[in-house]
Design a protein around this ligand. Structure first.
Ligand code: SAH
Ligand code: SF4
Length: 403
């Protein structure tokens, strides 16, 4: 039994770290600078390619280094507080991050996995809560907000691979959807869980570097989508440094309404946002920006809105995703009627855009609204805090990630 697999109080886990961070950890335990690069490559392979849970698995690392590593560090993962599996294979995990200090009980975030025939999408969070206050989104009502570290973002993928048995020598859990073409269970990542990724851009970029590294987790950057409510000044940096696919939470076609629905619009209006979209690198018909549009009854769902949407996006390689609104307790909106959504979608389709309205996934485990069932008021309050936000919306409709 490896000690490193378990939790050693006060010991730092190496899981989720970047190459530079791993190197620092090695130097800190006395590994010589000239040796460090090679050792980082070894650790990288074991942690991110094989999914090692203990240092004693690392057979090509000398015994004494293994001992020093397990004295100082662990390979522990954040704790999975609960797992719910839907009839349709969607899985939702409530993940507790280790406490960062005496006042921190350990932030909790949700992560949702949606298997489809041609892909498996993991919806990850970039922050605990969100400082923005989009009027239809429940995350915005959560008071506690902090950025996740890049390691905590990467750890969501590692946890998903653990739970899905998605490592070279692991066995998938019973009943798991197993891709029959030899591909990975998690082929796509969407940053559509909690938080505004572009307010945590440094850690998001680092996390994407780790996730897409060809010698480790090997997710293609083209299969990673970052969704933003429109933090215009950071979009260029995202394009330059992460080069992922981009999704924009548009939701309204007039500034007056978008100011209300997505208040960051008061800072960066629709024109500035779309100009930044046009400047996003690498766009082509095969590489389009996804525009998310939540369907709110009587608010943004008229024929005129649909036509204006088409007009606005002219010239931008775009996909449009219509998201049925996910109501939450106390929310002031309703989801548009089905006929309205169909009509809206038809106008968009006739203009040449695919506009999928996907079948909701994971309804039976409330993956759609992020609400975890719980008996106690405390848990219910927490569930409310995490409910009905990005995970529910984008994660569940599994959109924006390639054709
Ligand atoms: N903060 C980022 C990413 C997380 S939200 C952003 O806003 O883009 C992911 C998506 O879910 C966004 O398009 C968001 O507007 C949408 N969303 C949030 N709450 C929703 C709800 N109750 N119903 C439907 N979609 C929702
Ligand atoms: Fe934050 Fe996105 Fe929700 Fe707006 S929609 S409050 S930006 S998580």
């Amino acid at each position: 039994m490896s000690v490193s697999a378990g939790k050693v109080p006060g010991h730092v886990s190496l899981v989720g770290l970047t190459r530079d961070e791993l190197k620092d950890k090695l130097l800190a335990i006395g590994v010589a600078e000239r040796e460090a690069r090679m050792r980082v490559a070894q650790l990288w392979h074991w942690i991110y390619f094989r999914g090692a849970q203990g240092f004693d698995e690392m057979t090509n690392v000398g015994k004494s280094l293994r001992a020093s590593l397990s004295e100082a560090y662990t390979l522990s993962r954040p704790e999975v507080v609960s797992e719910q599996v839907s009839k349709d294979g969607t899985r939702k995990w409530l993940i507790r991050m280790p406490s960062t200090g005496p006042l921190d009980k350990g932030a909790e975030i949700e992560c949702v996995y949606i298997p489809e025939t041609d892909r498996g999408t993991l919806c990850v969070s970039s922050q605990v809560g969100c400082t923005l206050t989009c009027s239809f989104c429940h995350t915005g009502t959560q008071r506690l907000v902090r950025n996740l570290t890049s390691a905590e973002i990467v750890a969501q993928l590692v946890v998903a691979r653990d739970r899905l048995g998605d490592w070279p020598d692991a066995t998938p859990p019973e009943g798991a959807f197993v891709p029959n073409d030899g591909s990975r269970f998690v082929s796509n990542i969407v940053f559509m869980g909690m938080g505004e990724p572009l307010y945590n851009i440094g850690d998001v970029v680092n996390a994407i570097d780790v996730m897409s590294d060809g010698e480790g987790l090997t997710l293609s950057r083209r299969r990673i989508t970052v969704s933003t409510s429109g933090v215009v000044p950071q979009m260029e940096r995202l394009g330059a440094e992460a080069n992922t696919m981009l999704a924009i939470s548009l939701h309204a076609v007039r500034d007056e309404l978008r100011d209300e629905l997505v208040p960051i619009n008061r800072k960066y209006d629709i024109k500035q946002l779309l100009d930044a979209c046009r400047a996003y690198p690498g766009l082509s018909n095969a590489r389009r920006i996804t525009f998310e549009y939540v369907m709110l009854k009587g608010v943004n769902d008229s024929d005129a809105d649909a036509r204006e949407l088409v007009r606005l996006l002219k010239g931008i390689p775009a996909k449009i995703n219509l998201i049925p609104f996910n109501p939450w307790p106390g929310s002031k909106y309703e989801c548009s009627d089905w006929e309205r959504i169909e009509r809206f979608s038809e106008i968009v389709y006739r203009a040449g855009y695919a506009s999928p309205v996907r079948t909701p996934r994971g309804r039976d485990i409330l993956a759609a609204c992020g609400q975890l069932k719980s008996e106690t008021e405390k848990l219910r309050a927490r569930a409310r805090m995490m409910a009905e936000q990005g995970i529910g919306a984008e994660g569940v409709y599994a959109v924006g990630t390639g054709e």
